[in-house]
Design a protein around this ligand. Structure first.
Ligand SMILES: *[C@@H]1O[C@H](CO)[C@@H](O)[C@H](O)[C@H]1NC(C)=O
Ligand SMILES: *[C@@H]1O[C@H](CO)[C@@H](O)[C@H](O)[C@H]1NC(C)=O
Ligand SMILES: *[C@@H]1O[C@H](CO)[C@@H](O)[C@H](O)[C@H]1NC(C)=O
Ligand SMILES: *[C@@H]1O[C@H](CO)[C@@H](O)[C@H](O)[C@H]1NC(C)=O
Length: 615
């Protein structure tokens, strides 16, 4: 008995810290519940005096953040959103001076607008940093004071005065929000959709919201919501002022579906059939996949008894090394815009690499301000895998039962020789122009090419991802492009009957084990770029979600509009005829799409395209 009592006391003594801890926790929970109750109460009394206030607090920014960024980049707690570690790192990249400086050359605005936009982003960064610092100071001070008493004071303070006026930092955040609204209201609407400013500001709103935690006020929320709608309106008006959509088609990333969906949404192009896939042949933007030299070498080594092997290849796919003509009249943006207008087209795909600014050989690559620039990305290794598969399939169409021996014993080095760009950071190559596109395998660097590629991507007006959940994809199509349909619903490229045989070959010839690892490691830049693209696209989705919630009009569903982009003028001589596109294709397996909205009439582009044939 005596022994038992001693043991009990000993246990109680040992458990004392735990009991205190539990008591504190219980106190915290009670106080939190109390604060919620009190908060609700205050809201209700305010509502009773001001009729126009809605029943519940309006949280449009928070709702849009939740829709677009949770759970990929954010999670929500009782005091608001918290960033996941990778998201915090990507946001810092997006807002650091290195990125802002690199991206400056791709803003489609004049010097004074660029200056004030960058100013806004930098001052936002400072305001948030200061805010974060202030909150930290407050936090430390609070912890130094006596816990119980201080809690009581805090509760009373936060209930008796709006938190936005309780610290100078919060005031500077509100000042910044006011400055943003004012600057956006003064920006030229039309001509640019301001993609960099949109993403930078949403990134800052997100960081501000996260930093403020429980001190974020309703007036901050309202200001942020207003900013989101201003950004949407700038985008819409910018997009409406473009003459066509230029779609950056990264091979094996939904290209066929995007092309078909464009037609469904009213866009007009040369042809949506498989051998053109919205390319305009005279523009010369077809893919540069297979090295003919490596193919011929392969034929010699693997199929020495097949003298016809070198010719058994889709020549349109074996264009590695073929550059834009030095004096290409149809490389420059202006020349292209004119050619498109003459043919009545307002959509086209480009599947090669960014062209030199002004169409001048040797100039650094640049986006066209005349067009709404659209890029669709897919997780890089899925893209690579799909690309390899496709190459095996088209080879099978030509070589039949010689396909297995042709690919037999392929090592990673052989694959890289055969498909130099496609297997080595194809996105980065596709964004940085011919000089970079033709850099040797393994020659791209994280310090030079990754920031440059990020900067081009940041200049794309609309960014969509193959992997997006349906909800986000729909938002991107509807509010980013003004399209009704999404590429998710489109029928992709059909496989041939030989699928089973092709699959069997694929399973035996694709890189595996160490070579698969090495292939993935070799695409590290694309993997990082893709993560960045996901962030950019989700920041856009915040704006799209806010527009949807506000029920903003998408405006205008006139025939032959390409979403926001107006109908191209009818080409001379085709006013009343709908034709089925350009000339016949020679020796390709594709078939024409009857419901294509292509109108390869008598325009210059159509005529040239007809002469150039399919891909
Ligand atoms: C960015 O550009 C500004 C002004 O041109 C320059 O002062 C600054 O050093 C640059 N920062 C970086 C990181 O390149
Ligand atoms: C830049 O564009 C704005 C709005 O279109 C215009 O008001 C301003 O004068 C332009 N500034 C320069 C330097 O061209
Ligand atoms: C757009 O959506 C509406 C209603 O959902 C539908 O009736 C219409 O056919 C669609 N238009 C196109 C071009 O798909
Ligand atoms: C491949 O098919 C051809 C006929 O199409 C046949 O003559 C030949 O024997 C086949 N070769 C192999 C290795 O199966």
């Amino acid at each position: 008995m005596h022994h038992l009592t001693m043991e009990t006391i000993r246990r109680i003594v040992l458990a004392w810290p735990l009991i205190v801890g539990l008591a504190l926790l219980a106190y915290d929970v009670l106080m939190y519940a109390e604060s919620l109750r009190a908060g609700t109460h205050i809201t209700q009394t305010t509502e009773q005096t001001v009729d126009v206030l809605p029943q519940t607090l309006q949280r449009p920014l928070e709702d849009a953040l939740l829709t677009a960024l949770s759970p990929s980049h954010l999670h929500f707690t009782a005091i608001g959103p918290t960033l996941l570690p990778n998201a915090a790192h990507l946001l810092d990249t997006l807002l650091d001076d290195a990125f802002l400086n690199a991206s400056a050359t791709h803003w489609q605005v004049n010097a004074s607008v660029l200056h004030s936009s960058l100013q806004l982003l930098r001052s936002g960064r400072d305001a948030i940093l200061q805010h974060r610092h202030e909150l930290q100071q407050q936090h430390h001070r609070r912890r130094r004071l006596h816990l119980w008493n201080h809690r009581q004071q805090q509760q009373q303070q936060s209930l008796s005065q709006p938190s936005s006026s309780s610290s100078p930092a919060a005031a500077s955040l509100s000042d910044w929000l006011a400055a943003v609204q004012q600057t956006l209201a003064g920006l030229p609407a039309g001509s640019s959709s301001h993609p960099q400013l949109r993403r930078g500001l949403v990134a800052l709103l997100l960081q501000a919201r996260v930093a403020a935690g429980g001190s974020w006020s309703q007036s901050d929320e309202d200001a942020a919501a207003h900013i989101l709608l201003q950004l949407y309106e700038l985008h819409r008006r910018g997009a409406t002022s473009k003459s066509a959509v230029e779609y950056y088609h990264f091979s094996k990333a939904a290209g066929t579906s995007v092309c078909l969906t464009s037609a469904e949404s009213g866009c007009t192009t040369f042809s949506t059939s498989e051998q053109f896939t919205c390319l305009l042949p005279p523009f010369g933007d077809g893919p540069r996949w297979i090295s003919r030299r490596a193919h011929e070498e392969r034929c010699r080594r693997a199929l020495p008894d097949s003298p016809d092997c070198p010719n058994q290849i889709y020549s349109k796919l074996a264009k590695w090394g073929s550059r834009y003509p030095a004096k290409g009249a149809l490389v420059g943006c202006g020349a292209r815009a004119t050619a498109l207008a003459k043919s009545g087209f307002n959509f086209y795909a480009s599947e090669y690499t960014l062209r030199p600014r002004g169409g001048k050989a040797g100039a650094p690559p640049g986006l066209c301000a005349q067009f709404l620039n659209l890029a669709v990305l897919r997780s890089p290794m899925s893209r690579v895998s799909s690309h390899l598969r496709y190459v095996i399939r088209v080879t099978y169409d030509k070589l039949g039962n010689r396909t297995a021996p042709y690919f037999g014993g392929m090592r990673l080095a052989d694959w890289r020789a055969l498909l130099p760009a496609a297997l080595d950071n194809y996105y980065v190559r596709g964004l940085l122009g011919e000089g970079v596109f033709y850099t040797g395998v393994g020659g791209l660097t994280e310090w030079e090419h990754l920031p440059a590629a990020r900067a081009v991507l940041g200049g794309m007006d609309v960014l969509l991802l193959l992997e997006d959940p349906v909800l986000l994809s729909r938002l991107g199509h509807k509010w980013g492009l003004g399209w009704n349909a999404t590429f998710l619903e489109a029928e992709g490229r059909r496989d041939t009957a030989s699928l089973e045989e092709v699959n069997r070959i694929v399973n035996t010839v694709l890189p595996t084990g160490d070579e698969a690892d090495s292939l993935a490691a070799g695409n590290a830049l694309d993997l990082q770029l893709y993560d960045f693209a996901v962030l950019l696209s989700r920041l856009d989705a915040v704006v799209w979600a806010a527009a949807e919630a506000a029920g903003e009009p998408t405006k205008g569903k006139r025939r032959r509009r390409c979403g926001y982009v107006p109908a191209a003028p009818l080409p001379a001589g085709t006013a009343s005829r709908e034709q089925s596109g350009g000339g016949g294709s020679k020796g390709t397996a594709g078939r024409r799409h009857k419901r294509s909205s292509s109108r390869g009439g008598s325009g210059a582009v159509a005529a040239a395209a007809a002469a150039a044939g399919g891909r």
